[in-house]
Design a protein around this ligand. Structure first.
Ligand SMILES: Cc1cc2nc3c(=O)[nH]c(=O)nc-3n(C[C@H](O)[C@H](O)[C@H](O)COP(=O)(O)OP(=O)(O)OC[C@H]3O[C@@H](n4cnc5c(N)ncnc54)[C@H](O)[C@@H]3O)c2cc1C
Length: 325
């Protein structure tokens, strides 16, 4: 495939929450911003899928907010019909804290945030190279995108692989610090049911023991026309069965969930999240890896292991780019 050179002010790699917030913020500040993502859609771990007439949120289940900036983003998304209130707690544990869901499903939030951005999907960055005062991002399909600054938001091990492939040598203390960031794994089962589940209101539940970390009824949640359950395995179960037969793991998780299913299974799929949630979060809300030309690492491993944390990291990265250039 023919290689291309496409130059812009800032390249944001990753169209998850961190990348989208950084890109919007920088675009509003007058920078020419281009967003690359390897996926077919935006959102990263804000992920939804359709199967046999049923709709599933299979990554992040809900969003909470404490920071007024993120609250304002959700409020604007609500006014645009991209989010709505789900509930203020689950089962007997009503804590009064608002949980937001995407509307019609979680990926809608990311689509809303991406509306005015210059997006280049299905572009997997293989290497990031520094060349004088510019960065070159080489994609797996042979394209090159060039920019004066980069915000790199994939999960940290993937970001490190991109930097290594581009020959960037990090100071040993920075590499040690980044290498210490590990993530939980999560096997997620998406099961379309023959009838309603027995999951209690409001359709979400975190069992206190066993192989299941979370189980949700997407119909009760209000995002699926058909009975549809999402099951997230614990990190321990996911790690143990990661290399094994995915359908076998799926069946084991469905067996463990039998009490809450209460209906036959029409069909199911298993999705593996290799980088689900960071187990340890870096003390900084983003990391300036190069001052000139600027390169900032961002994402939930810096801002905090939730959607809101990723957004806060995106804002922090945008602020650093603005002050560095
Ligand atoms: C199973 C599960 C359940 C969760 N539940 C919740 C919850 O209920 N509430 C909550 O607040 N949080 C939850 N989270 C965490 C939340 O989803 C994340 O904290 C947040 O979405 C991370 O956003 P991010 O932008 O940092 O990363 P990501 O969303 O991972 O975005 C990174 C992006 O980079 C792209 N990318 C990666 N490599 C490349 C490459 N080489 N080239 C181009 N693009 C690349 C990816 O495609 C992705 O779009 C959950 C996560 C999982 C997996």
């Amino acid at each position: 495939m023919e290689a291309t050179q496409q130059t812009t002010d800032v390249l944001v790699i990753g169209a998850g929450m961190a990348g989208l917030i950084a890109a919007r913020e920088l675009q509003r500040a007058g920078y020419r911003v281009r967003v690359l993502d390897k996926g077919r859609g935006v959102g990263g771990r804000l992920a939804s899928r359709r199967m046999d007439g049923a709709t599933f949120d299979h990554g992040a289940q809900f969003m909470t907010t404490r920071d007024p900036r993120f609250g304002a983003v959700l409020e604007q998304a609500r006014q645009n019909g991209a989010v709505e209130e789900w509930c203020r707690g689950f089962g007997g544990g009503m804590d009064g804290h608002l949980r937001w869901r995407g509307k019609p499903s979680m990926s809608a939030v990311a689509k809303h945030l991406a509306l005015e951005l210059d997006l280049h999907l299905e572009n997997q960055v293989a290497a990031l190279r520094r060349d004088g005062c510019q960065w070159h991002a080489d994609t797996a399909s042979g394209h090159t995108f060039t920019a004066g600054a980069v915000v790199l938001t994939p999960p940290v091990p993937q970001a490190l692989a991109i930097l290594d492939a581009g020959g960037l040598v990090l100071p040993p203390e920075t590499r040690t610090r980044l290498a210490a960031i590990e993530y939980e794994r999560c096997l997620a089962v998406l099961a379309a049911l023959e009838g309603p589940s027995r999951i209690p209101p409001h359709g979400g539940f975190a069992p206190s023991d066993g192989p299941i970390a979370w189980i949700a009824d997407n119909q009760l949640k209000g995002i699926s026309a058909e009975p549809a359950v999402t099951i997230h395995a614990t990190h321990a179960f996911s790690l143990k069965h990661w290399e094994g037969d995915r359908l076998e793991s799926g069946r084991a998780l469905l067996d463990a969930a039998a009490t809450w299913l209460g209906a036959g299974i029409r069909t199911f799929q298993v999705h593996g999240w290799r980088y689900s949630k960071p187990m340890r979060v870096d003390p900084e809300s983003c990391l300036l890896v190069s001052q000139s030309p600027p390169l900032v690492l961002a994402g939930d491993a810096f801002g905090g292991p939730r959607v809101e944390g990723a957004a806060l990291s995106g804002w922090a990265a945008a602020a650093i780019i603005k002050s560095a250039s």
